[in-house]
Design a protein around this ligand. Sequence first.
Ligand SMILES: NC(=O)c1ccc[n+]([C@@H]2O[C@H](COP(=O)([O-])OP(=O)(O)OC[C@H]3O[C@@H](n4cnc5c(N)ncnc54)[C@H](OP(=O)(O)O)[C@@H]3O)[C@@H](O)[C@H]2O)c1
Length: 331
Amino acid sequence: MKLGIVGATGAVGQEMIRCLDDLGIKIDELRLGTSHRSAGKTMNTPYGYINTVEVTDAFFDGLDYALFSAGGDISKQFIPIATSQGVRVIDNSSAFRYHDDIPLVVPQVNAADIGDAMLVANPNCTTAIAAVALYPIYQKYGLKKIIMSTYQAASWAGAKGMHELLDNTKRYLDNTDPVVENFKYNLAFNLIPHIDAFQENDYTKEEMKVTWETWKIFHDPKIKISCTAVRIPTLRAHSESIVLETEKVVDVEDIREILRQSPGVMLRDDVAQGIYPMPANATGKYDVEVGRIRKSLVFGDNGVELFVSGDQLLRGAALNAVEILQYMIKN
Ligand SMILES: NC(=O)c1ccc[n+]([C@@H]2O[C@H](COP(=O)([O-])OP(=O)(O)OC[C@H]3O[C@@H](n4cnc5c(N)ncnc54)[C@H](OP(=O)(O)O)[C@@H]3O)[C@@H](O)[C@H]2O)c1
């Protein structure tokens, strides 16, 4: 099995290497692709010390699979080259997510969509985290409306986003001016209700991705979905406050039981003991934490509210991609 990672030195790429090993993926040759900036660097991986190489057309020669995690432009440039050489690709960028003939997959929800596709798209991190928690509820109770507010970490902007938050936190404490490059404003001791570009309807693209991608993954564009996405000064793991209107009358205890048994979910819901999801707990974990489950004061018998925290570099990116790969290999 010959596998290439495009963007291997990035925040997501490094987690991919860890997930490949954790999920027991056997690899005969692992090629680590970067830009010319990091090419030639030696990475210590569970598959041995490997020198990174610059991604060019030749990078894909003889590969069976490639995981892309280097942004949309690189995906647009190199994925057609890879697939034309018979390499099956899983792409982390949004470049191909909305093409009707390209599956967009969260394995716990719609692994069957993968089929024999040469290219499978990985969803936006916020959507993937929510989908794992919401799909079991959707299956039993149906969903009419999803209203979501997100609390998203600096690492959404990759390793450089985390460095900027740490650096500007120090600068704030030292009483010096922040240096802002990866976010619209200084994020340290602040929050920013603006992620990605504003659209004509005044939602941001990040917010619309939750709507578009949940429809595609659940195969149900009838669900009404509204999201407000907010960047907060945490390093890693996104959280989501989610209000649901269901088709059927909800039984909150039954929802807890369903989520307790759902793959990819960890129930953390014991408010008397102070147990609920938090990004600090979700960081580095494969499962999405779900808690604060309660009947909704707004939607009454047909409503439930919950809080979710999930590591967006794992469930929202690397883990999801490697689970798709695992499914492809097995099937
Ligand atoms: N961060 C998240 O939470 C998150 C979640 C879901 C999806 N994603 C998606 O995953 C992708 C990567 O995100 P990230 O956070 O890992 O970014 P990152 O930390 O900035 O890493 C970017 C990676 O891409 C490589 N790269 C850049 N330009 C390249 C080029 N011209 N040719 C080949 N490789 C190149 C970089 O290599 P160098 O070391 O040479 O610069 C690095 O390995 C993006 O598409 C992002 O939207 C990110």
